[in-house]
Design a protein around this ligand. Sequence first.
Ligand code: GRF
Length: 224
Amino acid sequence: MVSGGKKLQLGVLVSGRGSNLKAIIDASETGTINAVVAIVISDVADARALELARRQGIEAVFVDPRLHATGAEFDATVVDLLRKREVELVCLAGFMRLLSPHFIREYRNRIMNVHPALLPAFAGLHAQRQAIRYGAKVSGCTVHFVDEGVDTGPIIMQAVVPVLDEDSEETFSARILTYEHRIYARAIQLFAEGRLEIRGRRVLCHGTDTLQQYEKQAWGAINP
Ligand code: GRF
């Protein structure tokens, strides 16, 4: 449980299943994060994540890409919705579109994404499959700020997950996912507390107990 004060307003962008969205909503409801999901937006009409949000009583909007001539126009509609709900932090959670430079400018350093690998390794699609095929012994997940590139923004937090000999893409992805949920919520809370500072490519985390806590949560649990 974290202390009160005004809750950080989140906008979550989704395209599919929505397990990270669910983790964020749960963390918000239990008070693990001092934040609230103000709106969920999807580019996929029947995304499970939209349904999930609606069941929780959260505004969930489908923005139809086919009604927009360009990606930039689509993004302008999304930015407009986010602004109207006074969203302060945009969380990409399985959102399968690249953001336009306009979107990134509008929310500069206020867009986060979670990626299922230890960036900069295995960027792009099917990161878990890439790691297994490459023969990596560890991979994991990364929460990072979003910039104009694909999975290139400053890294906020990472968790390491070993690749087991018997892993399939499915079993490995499922294990990584549990860590995605944890570090995403943690990164959001650090942002809410105003403890993250971007300095060049590095994200510094202010507060003396952060490292200990981070090591315990993101490393200690999985590294002997
Ligand atoms: C996650 O693996 C995330 O890392 C990637 O897309 C997937 C989304 O899963 N960016 P979910 O919709 O949050 O369950």
